[in-house]
Design a protein around this ligand. Structure first.
Ligand SMILES: Nc1ncnc2c1ncn2[C@@H]1O[C@H](COP(=O)(O)OP(=O)(O)OP(=O)(O)O)[C@@H](O)[C@H]1O
Length: 281
């Protein structure tokens, strides 16, 4: 499968501060990738470099097969969608009018506006002006704008940070559909559950370095311990090893009708992040 993004030995400094240190990764067409890391780890800096909003200090970045330095033109901007917190919505215009403006800019048919409003759950708010929107509504309106022209590649900087659980779920469903229709998605998040739900692969970013980059399942497998917890009748908890002896014990409890629940002791992505970096998300 073709690489949509190729990053080699990327470095970014702000004065003495090294925000990104030797970052390398590839993203394939159709993947949803999550960059996870605590505040200040370099997530937004990565997105800004990939979207031509910041110059890199050293290294090589290619998007759609071309060096990022050559992509600072309208044709590139048409192929990507960006959601960051500097929303770019016109405060005095309604949500609908904001989107209409972008339809004209990107040459998108107006019927698409209602489609994206539905996708972000803002149909009934479309006549509200930008300055009267709540933080969550603003985030959803900006997402609507980012997906209006059905980009090949979508960058989302913490797409659900201001949303309640119902809207988060709605947005997650919308992003999955978009991805199924072929959009490659690069997102940053502090939220491990979001990463698990959406991402094919995740990168753990810490102090400007990638400490891990793999599928959530592979990462969990690597850090899984070798035990299984059984819950028996009378709320009695028993931990057995994943070996012949453990199998015999499980068989015995099942045969006696004592076994109520069974689960393998896999750490969560959040726990692994702490193990790897000593920091919480
Ligand atoms: N314009 C800038 N000037 C100076 N330092 C900057 C600038 N932008 C980012 N930094 C620094 O680079 C580092 C990485 O910042 P970045 O915004 O990429 O982190 P982040 O992981 O996106 O954090 P958050 O989750 O809080 O958004 C931080 O130490 C930050 O202070």
């Amino acid at each position: 499968m073709e690489n949509i993004i190729e990053v080699r030995n990327l470095m970014k400094s702000f004065g003495n501060k090294q925000a990104l240190k030797n970052v390398s990764f590839h993203i394939k067409k159709g993947e949803t990738i999550g960059f996870l890391g605590p505040s200040g780890s370099g997530k937004t800096t990565t997105i800004k470099i990939l979207t031509s909003q910041l110059h890199l200090t050293a290294g090589e970045v290619k998007v759609f097969g071309s060096p990022i330095q050559k992509l600072n033109d309208p044709a590139y901007m048409r192929r990507i969608g960006i959601l960051t917190d500097n929303s770019g919505l016109y405060e005095r215009l309604t949500i609908y009018d904001n989107l209409e403006l972008y339809c004209n800019l990107y040459d998108v048919k107006k019927s698409r506006i209602d489609e994206v409003l539905k996708a972000v759950n803002l149909v009934s708010d479309k006549k509200t002006v930008g300055k009267n929107l709540s933080k969550g509504m603003k985030q959803r309106a900006t997402l609507a704008r980012a997906i209006l022209h059905e980009p090949d590649l979508l960058f989302l900087d913490e797409p659900t940070s201001a949303l309640d659980p119902v809207n988060t779920k709605h947005i997650h469903e919308g992003l999955k559909q978009l991805n199924e229709r072929g959009t490659t998605i690069f997102l940053t998040t502090h939220d491990m559950a979001e990463a698990e739900e959406l991402c094919d692969r995740v990168a753990f970013l810490h102090n400007g370095e990638i400490r891990k980059f793999d599928t959530p399942q592979m990462i969990r497998n690597e850090y899984a311990d070798s035990t299984i917890t059984l819950m028996l009748a009378g709320n009695k908890e028993v931990v057995v090893n994943k070996d012949e002896e453990g199998a015999q014990e499980i068989y015995k409890y099942m045969k006696d009708g004592q076994l109520q629940t069974i689960h393998s002791n896999e750490p969560t992505l959040g726990e692994i992040f702490v193990q790897l970096t000593g920091r919480n998300l």
